[in-house]
Design a binder for this molecule. Sequence first.
Ligand SMILES: NC(=O)c1ccc[n+]([C@@H]2O[C@H](COP(=O)([O-])OP(=O)(O)OC[C@H]3O[C@@H](n4cnc5c(N)ncnc54)[C@H](OP(=O)(O)O)[C@@H]3O)[C@@H](O)[C@H]2O)c1
Length: 225
Amino acid sequence: MPTILITGANRGLGLEAAKQYSSVGWTIHAPCRDPSKATELKALKNVTVHALDVTDFAATDALAMKLKGTAIDVLFANAGRSNPDAAQFGKIDYKDWIETFTVNTLAPFKLIEAFIDHVAASQRKTVAVVSSIMGSMGKAYGKSYPYRASKAGLNAALVNLNIDLKPRGIHFLMIHPGWVRTDMGGPKAHIGAEESVRGMRAVVDRASPETSGHFFQWDGQELPW
Ligand SMILES: NC(=O)c1ccc[n+]([C@@H]2O[C@H](COP(=O)([O-])OP(=O)(O)OC[C@H]3O[C@@H](n4cnc5c(N)ncnc54)[C@H](OP(=O)(O)O)[C@@H]3O)[C@@H](O)[C@H]2O)c1
């Protein structure tokens, strides 16, 4: 059975991804900030929980070293943050913007850098990052500047990494999960986590040289940059 590493697996979309991949027998490595509170995650089958704050890059390297020799079929960079209260023009909290950029842009890239050999050693060789339509220029409709810029930056970095790492046969997918009812998405969001993750899993299953470097939403529809 394949192996997946999911960041931010203690709640929201990450927890739902861990549940679904666990239910089909995959081996799951699930880093999260506070494993002592990750009760639901720890109760799942085939899950190894690791402590990791994704902004601690030395800890990311240490985890990669701990898992040296483990082939990771799918690296699922899911952990993310958004703070609309700090994003109002005229009252922008720039320290908060840096935190958003660190979690949403730098940390997924660092994760990929640290785990690229684990992915390259696997059968599926897939890197899936949970991006957002809010990072799309073609779908821009104002506000949320830090969050939008952080996801656009992530997409830009990965489109270029995809070009450079194509010779290694690694597939990169940027996936918008939809507007989902999680702590981040809120109760008025369009879809539930179960539907979103089911769709993202199908996108991950279709990873290939043809889909690599593209931006999809959870239902498989391609999105403009
Ligand atoms: N929900 C939506 O509508 C929506 C739409 C578009 C994109 N997304 C993206 O989907 C992904 C998952 O979002 P969600 O809706 O599941 O959000 P969520 O319910 O707020 O969960 C966020 C997850 O990220 C983790 N995280 C945040 N900062 C972290 C850090 N420094 N180190 C380690 N983990 C950290 C959180 O861990 P803690 O519990 O420790 O805070 C939590 O597990 C994010 O990348 C988000 O940008 C969501």
